[in-house]
Design a protein around this ligand. Sequence first.
Ligand SMILES: [Zn+2]
Ligand SMILES: [Zn+2]
Length: 173
Amino acid sequence: MDDATTKRVGEIRVRVEAATFGPWSWFGTPKEPILATTTGGKVFVIKPHRSGLNGATFWWRGGAKGYPRMIKTEECAIKEREYRNDLERIDHPDAEFIAHSRTDIPFLLEQVDALEAELKAFRDEQLERCENGNCDSTDSIYHEGCDGMFCIHGYCQDCGSHLIPETVTEGAA
Ligand SMILES: [Zn+2]
Ligand SMILES: [Zn+2]
């Protein structure tokens, strides 16, 4: 991973660690949906709250950042301009985690793909060496299919088949 990737992964890690512990699930009713933890006593993460006559807002989990109880969005809202009401962001670890997840997760999946491709290339390179008789491994694994032996890299010296599937990404159901 390059520096930018390492930095971004670090930022995601901080967001994950700051957010309320999981797993999370929806509870409540259609008119009052509540996002809460499924373990640890159903801790409320987001709870809707009536605001004025026609409005509604969220309450966020308390206990974070020294807030002892559930806190209203107004209390952790960062406005674009002090004199206007438009939100820039919500200064709560769960709000940050949720908003970033839409880009954080695709980014992490990209890293998984890149690392898998790198691993596959590395394995293919080694298997090629084994196929060409340049295997330096002395350990071996029994191959029931041909009654022969795989080298530690997964190449069968007896029948030429590979122990490791050609594509590791396929087969994910
Ligand atoms: Zn080998
Ligand atoms: Zn074999």
